[in-house]
Each structure stands twice: as structure tokens, then as C-alpha cells.
Design a protein around this ligand. Structure first.
Ligand code: ADP
Ligand code: MG
Length: 235
């Protein structure tokens, strides 16, 4: 059974036309799933639908076998989902540590061990814990956003373009950390513009076009597919 099974998703914004046209996204436990595709394909919309920020007109979302299609985002967090949105994913006027504390808002137990784990994963954040997050570099801010999402100890971590606007070196570093997170058993679903690099670490990859699955395969399969290379990976 797939750990995440978002199947046949159809939906759009308000009363507008469908943006998702039957997209299906599944990821196995502890694996890394990657969604790539052109701008406006509906990648972020699919992530929002999986997280419950957009009501589906058709289709369903199952997490570890449980149907969560009707749940609010907050209830999905309680069920084990963590989400790092593409934009506005940190509180810039709050310190790094306050951001992490905000991420744990649903928890009643001791959050210190989880903060320590985030600082182990991203040591620079420990150094900057008392600084307003808005003063950090782009890559460090993305670390704060990922750390914040880890504070609820998710079983599924969803990342919408975590490497947007960072240098290639910082991107590689962030991908290494994402692999490290997956090795702890956390399932990852990530949208990426850096398609080649992301597919290199993908157990399962999806090329989304106009809200539907255009190509699906392991990262290696997609990178070896001449049509995918020509159309989406620049040859
Ligand atoms: N909040 C919104 N309200 C209405 N339309 C939106 C909204 N967000 C995105 N869209 C539209 O949905 C389509 C898919 O957008 P998006 O999911 O952001 O694509 P991607 O992440 O693949 O670049 C685009 O046509 C976009 O204009
Ligand atoms: Mg997007």
C-alpha cells in the first residue's frame, strides 16, 4: 500500500475551471517523490489539494491507508502531514527559534528534543537562533521553513520548491539534508524547478502537465526517457 495515495484529483480555485485534471500522486513509505513540470502546470495546486488547502471536486487523498480527503489542513498536520509552501513559508519578524516554536503549535509535549534535532540537521540555525529569520540568507530561510515543518514530527513532509532562488551549492546541500530526512523514515513529496537534480534523488517522479500526469517513473527512468529529456529537461 502506498503511504501517500492522492488519486484522480480534480479541482480548481473557487468556482473557477479545473486546474487539476485527474492527477494522481503516490509515494511509498520513507521514499522521495518528486513532481516536476512547466510553470502553471498545477504543481503547487496539487500540493495544496493534498494538504487540504483546496477542496477536491473529485478524487481522494489517503495517508497511510486513512482517507483524509475531508480533513482541514490543521487536522492533516495532526495526522502526520508537514507542508512547506512555495511562498511566505516563514515569519520574517520572528527569530529562528520562535519560528520553530510556532511550527510546534499543535504539540503539548516537550518540543526541546525536536528543536535540538532541527539544529543537528541545520547547524547554522543554532548559531542564528536569536536572529530574526528575515535577516537570514535565502538558503538559510528555506532551512528555517523545513525545520518549522519538522517540528510537528511529520510522517510525510511536503516541500514546494525548497531550493527556489538558492545557489547550486546551497541546493545540493539542501537535497543532501532532504535525503537525510528521508533516511529517518519520513516520506517526502517535493515539487522542484531544478528537475534534473531533483529527479536524481527521486524514488518516484511525476511530470505534471495541465493538471494531469504526463510521465511517471523512477527518477532514473524519467531522466533516461528521450521524450522527457527533450521536452522537460532541456535535452
Ligand atoms: N490562488 C489562486 N487563485 C486562482 N488561480 C490560481 C491560484 N493559484 C494558482 N492559480 C492558477 O492555477 C494554475 C496552476 O498554478 P500553480 O499550481 O501555481 O502552478 P505551478 O506550481 O505548477 O507553477 C495557474 O493557471 C494559476 O494561474
Ligand atoms: Mg508552484
Amino acid at each position: 500500500m502506498n503511504f501517500l495515495n492522492a488519486s484522480n484529483m480534480r479541482g480548481g480555485y473557487g468556482r473557477g475551471a479545473d486546474i487539476l485534471n485527474g492527477a494522481t500522486i503516490t509515494v511509498e513509505k520513507g521514499q522521495i517523490g518528486v513532481i516536476v513540470g512547466p510553470n502553471g502546470a498545477g504543481k503547487s495546486t496539487a500540493m495544496k489539494a493534498i494538504f487540504g488547502m483546496l477542496a477536491l471536486r473529485e478524487g481522494s487523498v489517503l495517508l497511510d491507508g486513512a482517507d483524509i480527503t475531508a480533513l482541514s489542513p490543521q487536522d492533516r498536520v495532526a495526522q502526520g502531514m508537514g507542508f512547506v509552501p512555495q511562498t511566505n513559508n516563514i515569519f520574517t519578524s520572528m527569530t529562528v527559534e520562535e519560528n520553530l516554536e510556532m511550527g510546534a503549535f499543535l504539540r503539548k509535549d516537550d518540543i526541546r528534543p525536536t528543536i535540538a534535532q532541527v539544529y543537528d540537521l541545520f547547524p547554522i540555525l543554532a548559531d542564528k537562533r536569536r536572529q530574526p529569520a528575515g535577516e537570514l540568507s535565502g538558503g538559510q530561510r528555506q532551512q528555517v521553513a523545513v525545520g518549522r515543518a519538522l517540528m510537528t514530527r511529520p510522517s510525510l513532509l511536503m516541500l514546494d520548491e525548497p531550493t527556489a532562488g538558492v545557489s547550486p551549492i546551497v541546493m545540493d546541500e539542501l537535497f543532501d539534508r532532504i535525503i537525510e530526512i528521508a533516511r529517518t523514515g519520513i516520506t517526502i513529496l517535493m515539487v522542484e524547478q531544478n528537475a534534473r537534480q531533483a529527479l536524481e534523488i527521486a524514488d518516484i517522479g511525476y511530470v505534471l502537465v495541465q493538471g494531469a500526469n504526463a510521465y511517471t517513473g523512477t527518477g532514473a527512468e524519467l531522466m533516461a526517457d528521450p521524450e522527457v529529456r527533450r521536452t522537460f529537461l532541456g535535452g
